[in-house]
Design a binder for this molecule. Structure first.
Ligand SMILES: *[C@@H]1O[C@H](CO)[C@@H](O)[C@H](O)[C@H]1NC(C)=O
Ligand SMILES: *[C@@H]1O[C@H](CO)[C@@H](O)[C@H](O)[C@H]1NC(C)=O
Ligand SMILES: *[C@@H]1O[C@H](CO)[C@@H](O)[C@H](O)[C@H]1NC(C)=O
Ligand SMILES: *[C@@H]1O[C@H](CO)[C@@H](O)[C@H](O)[C@H]1NC(C)=O
Ligand SMILES: *[C@@H]1O[C@H](CO)[C@@H](O)[C@H](O)[C@H]1NC(C)=O
Length: 507
């Protein structure tokens, strides 16, 4: 390069930089929201998810982010309205907040009403009654939400038995994509649709694109080549495969949807307290990790289509997933593995940072509003607040951008309902009419503390004097929550403190 070429190059670069600055200033930042179904927080040593890792390394990576309830519809509605399950009165799949509690503004609706084009692809709201069979269209979305056509085969018998060649409805379902109905899979179709929107839309307005990937939700169906990325010889078993006797029975759930699949049903695991055989535990863990790797690839592909200089990327999941810890599988509980989710914000102006402060999924809505730079005066919700727009969570922006010491006393609240103390068929997913007990759980940086209490499902009250179980776990010494300390004398004061804190924050 000659000197004059160099100076021309520099001039052009400066001009381009100036242009970007001027244009991004005029236009609001785009938002890409990625919600992975049932993706638990996977620690770096468990499995290599290169695209998630890159995103986390570039942005703010929350290591202690928790769902408000470990079940799809309650968690998603809570996250997308920024309200707790107790406010929405939704603990199952069968009510729509606009009809039952209030005409609350959702996260995408807020951006839509502020000049954004908002798109929903795949599973963002939980489909069905809880989003009025429209994924809350037209309130939340500019276009009718996209559902991949092959999602209709989600429970079809498409998992081939290697020996007999017969097709089953298995839990573990590595597939040859070409042999699948229509020769593809739902998440591949969602990715294609998302890329299509990103490459063809009129970009004169900013966008909020929400992409909800369906896997690793069960059945654990994924392109079979991903099994090779997770050799079974390297898959470790869960550390505490049985629930210890000091953990109250009300915290157990029989993971019926896992038991019901053809391959697991054949194992005749006794109901409701039987546990998974060790060889199957390892196989399930392998397939879960392989399915997560598959989604990680799709996320990498999706992100390659956006302009990172003017787009906020937020990635999370609706809740975690037990992989055999304490003998449990799936979600449906108040344990860390069922509640903890990945939460990553990558955005212009956010630098690389790991954050250990406990945060909640209801914090995403205020955080995105804050990061987008839309001016607003949205208040915190009052206890009896019926206003359509207020926040129960808090913006995490200052945690991400400022260098002050993390708040040591932040905590996350979660809850899970039960129909009975002794586990029964509907303990996983009790309908509102059957709920008798609510487990409220508080997570600080060091502890998880849970009280299971009497719950009235018609007037939505709780009786703290009617207790069905207490749990206290010290994450400094017991990250697996296998040792319930609520009766241990040494922890008496901390137990009292956490009980007061929990009770004062439950409405
Ligand atoms: C609910 O809010 C939407 C959007 O602001 C509005 O169009 C609609 O009329 C409201 N519905 C009721 C019943 O207030
Ligand atoms: C929910 O769907 C029903 C049936 O389509 C419709 O009548 C009702 O207005 C919808 N609710 C809201 C809040 O839009
Ligand atoms: C994009 O939208 C803007 C504003 O609505 C409009 O003026 C412009 O003509 C559109 N561009 C294309 C290529 O359709
Ligand atoms: C499960 O029970 C069925 C019927 O009782 C029996 O045929 C089968 O061998 C059992 N399988 C195992 C793994 O024990
Ligand atoms: C809930 O409270 C109402 C009103 O006090 C009462 O009639 C009902 O029996 C209670 N439900 C349960 C399950 O205790």
């Amino acid at each position: 390069m000659t000197t004059s070429q160099l100076s021309l190059f520099l001039n052009i670069s400066i001009f381009l930089t100036f242009c970007q600055l001027c244009c991004t200033e005029k236009r609001n930042t785009n938002i890409l929201m990625i919600v992975v179904d049932d993706l638990r927080h996977l620690s770096d040593e468990t499995i290599n998810l290169p695209n998630l890792k890159r995103l986390a390394d570039e942005g703010a990576n929350f290591k202690n982010a928790f769902a408000q309830q470990a079940l799809c519809a309650p968690s998603r509605n809570s996250m997308l309205t920024g309200r707790r399950p107790d406010t929405l009165r939704l603990y199952d799949f069968y009510s729509y907040w606009r009809h039952t509690v209030g005409n609350f503004t959702t996260l995408p609706q807020f951006f839509k009403e502020n000049g954004y084009d908002t798109y929903s692809i795949g599973k963002v709201f939980h489909p069905g009654i809880s989003s009025n069979f429209t994924d809350d269209y037209p309130y939340s979305w500019s276009e009718y939400p996209y559902h991949p056509p092959t999602e209709k085969y989600k429970d079809a018998a498409v998992c081939k038995d290697k020996e007999t060649g017969r097709l089953h409805k298995n839990l573990l379902c590595p597939v040859n994509v070409e042999d699948q109905p229509e020769g593809t899979l739902p998440d591949l179709q969602s990715l294609e649709h998302a890329v299509n929107i990103l490459t063809t839309r009129n970009s004169s307005r900013p966008f909020l694109l929400a992409v909800g990937f369906y896997k690793p939700h069960i059945p654990i169906k994924f392109p079979e080549q991903y099994l090779e990325r997770v050799p079974i010889s390297r898959v470790k078993p869960q550390r505490h495969p049985y629930m210890s006797a000091d953990i109250p029975l009300v915290s157990w759930h029989p993971w019926s949807d896992v038991r019901r699949r053809d391959d697991i049903a054949r194992l005749n695991i006794s109901f409701p307290l039987g546990t998974m055989p060790l060889d199957w535990s390892i196989k399930i863990r392998q397939s879960y990790y392989a399915a997560a790797t598959y989604i990680d690839d799709l996320i990498g592909e999706l992100i390659s289509y956006i302009d990172r200089r003017n787009t906020i990327v937020v990635l999370t999941s609706d809740h975690g997933w037990s992989l055999g810890e304490n003998g449990l599988w799936a979600k449906y509980s108040n344990f860390d593995v069922a509640l903890k989710v990945p939460l990553i914000f990558s955005a212009p102006g956010i630098s690389s940072k790991n954050i250990h402060t406990p945060v909640e999924l209801i914090d995403i809505f205020p955080t995105l509003v804050d990061l987008s730079g839309l001016s607003h005066n949205i208040p915190k919700c009052d206890v009896k607040d019926k206003s359509t727009l207020c926040f129960e969570g808090k913006s995490l922006k200052s945690l991400m951008t400022q260098d002050f010491k993390e708040f040591g006393n932040n905590f996350a609240l979660s809850q899970y309902p039960r129909p009975s103390v002794y586990p029964q068929k509907n303990s996983d997913k009790p309908r509102l009419k059957d709920i008798r007990i609510m487990g409220y759980s508080i997570r600080t940086k060091r502890y998880r503390y849970t009280e299971w209490v009497l719950f009235n499902n018609t007037i939505f009250t709780i009786d703290w004097n009617k207790l069905y179980g207490l749990e206290l776990y010290d994450h400094f010494v017991d990250p697996d929550e296998s040792n319930n300390l609520y009766l241990v004398h040494k922890y008496k004061n901390i137990k009292q403190y956490l009980s007061r804190l929990l009770r004062s924050h439950v409405k």
